[in-house]
Design a protein around this ligand. Sequence first.
Ligand code: NOJ
Ligand code: MG
Length: 521
Amino acid sequence: MASAAGDDWWKRGVIYQIYPRSFQDSDGDGIGDLRGIESRLQHLAELGVDAIWISPIFPSPMADFGYDISDYCGIDPMFGTLEDFDRLLAAAHDRGLRLLLDFVPSHTSDRHPWFEESRASRQSARRDWYVWRDPAPGGGPPNNWLSEFGGPAWSFDEATGQYYLHIYLPQQPALNWRNPDVRSAMLDVLRFWFERGVDGFRVDAAEHLAPDEHLRDNYSNPDWQPHMGPARSMFRTHTAHQPEGHRVVREMRRVADAYPDRVLIGEAYGTIEEVVSYYGPELGGFHLPFNFALIDALWDAAHIAALVDDYEAALPEGAWPNWVLGNHDRARIASRVGPAQARIAAMLLLTLRGTPTIYQGDELGLENADVPPEAVQDPWELNVPGQGLGRDPVRTPMPWDASPGAGFTAGRPWLPISTQTNVAVQAQEPASMLTLHRRLLTLRRAEPALSVGSYRTISAQDDVFVYERRHADRRLVVMLNFSSELRHVRPSGRLVLSTNVDRSEFDGTLLPDEGLVLDES
Ligand code: NOJ
Ligand code: MG
């Protein structure tokens, strides 16, 4: 099982995140579905990724678009059937693509039968499956914890006179992982999908597993600013990254380890130290705790170089790194750094040491879409409007071609489709963002130095970040110009690939916003 660096598929591989509502609709209801994904596997094969992670597809009232699950072992009819799922899995495997699902362990839907039973009475056999507490002595919620989506993390249940905990929406009650029956029921969910052949999971909101059992109050954050979202007005001292949550992760890992070649990727936002703690003692936690450092990073060569060094240094012995530029929750990379620098970001993501995850649409350089107020769908935006917290702009459907439904749907799309660009156009353009991604992925596959090779920062001066990737006698040097001006560097090595894809000669000049991979073997 444990093997030399590079033998595990998830170390060499590149992961692609599919947001299923917005990838491809097959039945004209304006919402993407499993048959749609199956029909677009060719795009992923041509792109050259190794695995897909699909955001939740399970039965759900969709209060948080699938992150509120009412049955962990089924498929929401909106997305298809279990049979469609099995077909998709087989079709992906036929193409050599692994398939990861999204496991949402910290909360269920309020319409999950477990919660319905739990809330039915204080004596219910499943009462303790969730976190119920009496009101505070003077009335009101049991403590000061806040919901990530605005308002208190507690909702009052009139019928039984107690509050229940929800770190997210009231429709997402927190499961009580301290209850052994919850643990065994939820671990069985992993087994159910592993038995069907699923290659792994992205584990949602892992930092929120098992908040403090004594319900101690959190402290307020004096440096809070509104753009951080309402929940960040408090430090998460007693709600996030709790020791019991880490124990739960280790149990998940033991389940995964009973099957060959499976991978667990954890979502846990925090400091570098908090993130790497999820590798667990003796690497018995997540194989890959998502590293979101690039998502919030100041876009500056020296800063990014320092961040890479800090992350590499923080990794526990033997831990495998990973990098992420975006996902369905955060602003698009091309909007954060601009379209020209998004090409630098793509080269960075695909040449750093560690498993990259590409968010759907970033291979086209999509920017945040305009979603007019009347089209808003995201509950976060609806709860806290006008603060730029809403996630709809990064969730709009994939533009496949220039037809009216953009090749995404024959019906009315659930969110407006942006007409900035599309796959068909970019597939024809020799210098498009899509072509650049294909070239980078081809190169990464061909060059073990880029996947499993060692990493070393060479310099970060004058807006140019230079690093080395090395494997056996192969030495590749990456130079990234973070400025929109010419930069003169050392004219050495043979040009392997430029972000200006058609460039073939290197004379020591880095063009504005240009990144290069050079062979200095
Ligand atoms: C993180 C998910 O990525 C996000 O979309 C969701 O709203 C929360 N977890 C709650 O499940
Ligand atoms: Mg559909």
